[in-house]
Write a protein that binds this ligand. Structure first.
Ligand SMILES: [Zn+2]
Ligand SMILES: [Zn+2]
Length: 143
């Protein structure tokens, strides 16, 4: 998989999003960070001068277009992760397991781990699926 900056320009075009510096920066940041980030985290990472409203709109449009997804977490803060390239629009957010590290507090997308099929009782219809495991991540394991 190429990590050339062109990739983000291409991704934006593929999702009918205008190519702006903010959009490229947010997409690049979320793609290279192995865990989910809150809008506050993103603001911190992008440095001073980030317009909060523009950032908010950027995240919203990315979410609508299926470039990023919200990760389930037991807190009031929304955290976002980049969707894998393979995922198709609006079918991506609830197909993989998420993992929250109780040590570093990072929430990881385990894209390679599918949510197991759950058989529901009659007349129960699931609309969303949040599958969140908690424990100790790879980075926090003792050497
Ligand atoms: Zn950790
Ligand atoms: Zn995820």
């Amino acid at each position: 998989m190429s990590t050339a900056p062109d990739r983000y320009v291409q991704l934006l075009a593929q999702h009918s999003l205008r190519n702006t510096a903010m959009r490229r920066a947010v997409l690049e940041l979320l793609s290279r960070t192995p865990f989910a980030l809150s809008s506050h985290d993103i603001e911190q990472e992008l440095g001073p001068g980030v317009d909060r409203i523009t950032l908010y709109r950027t995240l919203k449009s990315f979410e609508e277009k299926g470039l990023i997804h919200r990760v389930p977490e037991n807190s009031d803060v929304s955290k976002y992760a980049a969707c894998s390239i393979e995922c198709s629009q609006h079918a991506h957010f609830d197909n993989h397991v998420h993992f929250k590290c109780t040590n570093c507090q990072h929430v990881y997308c385990l894209n390679q781990v599918s949510i197991p099929v759950v058989t529901l009782p009659a007349k129960f219809e699931a609309i969303t699926r949040d599958y969140l495991l908690a424990g100790v991540c790879r980075e926090c394991q003792p050497a």
